[in-house]
Design a protein around this ligand. Structure first.
Ligand SMILES: [Ca+2]
Length: 231
């Protein structure tokens, strides 16, 4: 039960995120060509909007994305940045149709703002969040996409008040987002209750990060929370 609930949220995220950097998505191609035109127009008079070599090198070092992937992501980023201010607002994210209809939309968007002090997301923060979804490759481990970081990322989606535990109400909140009105309130309450009882090892009625990891011990988080970024 627990495994399914937690794994499902990871899949929800991966589905939404796949629309950002992938070539497969139609919306991406149209946005990308828009960004391409925009970049060409602004080139020369708004050089601050272009990525500098050293920024690419820093982001590569930090996230493990290749320079080519970084440029693709940047093109996506600038296409979402309607006001050309170099940062994204929550509204910018909500204009992505695939994201707007994702049941966990609010939590996904929230995760981009975790490191932001002023409710804006810059390109570096944007790439750091997406880096959690890079597949894990042998001998090429990057801190951001390790199994533990992927799990921590999923955990934070549940932990609405950032107190490092998942309470019954927080679990219920995510369950409601995921299943909508398909399951009665009574059933949801009982699922949340059972999940907590199953996972909570210290008996405090809450799920700690350790409990969360233990519950997902036999789940292939690496695959469920990975996106194949094109090279
Ligand atoms: Ca909490």
């Amino acid at each position: 039960m627990l495994l399914n609930i937690f794994a499902l949220s990871g899949v929800c995220f991966a589905r939404a995120a796949v629309f950002w950097p992938g070539k497969e998505s139609k919306i991406y191609s149209s946005l990308k060509s828009h960004a391409f035109v925009k970049n060409n127009i602004v080139m020369g008079n708004k050089s601050s909007l272009l990525l500098r070599e050293e920024e690419i090198a820093q982001i590569h070092e930090e996230t493990g994305f290749t320079p080519n992937q970084i440029e693709r992501l940047y093109s996506r980023f600038t296409s979402l940045d309607r006001n050309d201010c170099g940062t994204l607002s929550r509204e910018d994210f909500l204009r992505i149709p695939e994201l707007a209809i994702n049941p966990l939309c609010e939590r996904i968007v929230h995760s981009f703002f975790a490191e932001s002090n002023d409710d804006r997301v810059n390109f570096r923060q944007f790439t750091r969040v997406l880096a959690h979804f890079r597949p894990i490759k042998p001998n090429k481990e990057n801190r951001l996409n390790s199994r533990e970081e992927k799990l921590r990322f999923a955990f934070k989606m549940y932990d609405l008040d950032d107190d490092e535990t998942i309470s019954r109400d927080e679990l219920l909140n995510i369950l409601q987002m995921m299943v909508g009105a398909n399951i009665s309130q009574d059933q949801l309450n009982s699922i949340a209750e059972r999940t907590i009882v199953e996972a909570d090892t210290v008996g405090g009625g809450k799920i700690s990060f350790d409990d969360f990891c233990r519950a997902l011990e036999r789940t292939e988080v690496e695959q469920k929370m990975s996106i194949r970024f094109l090279n």
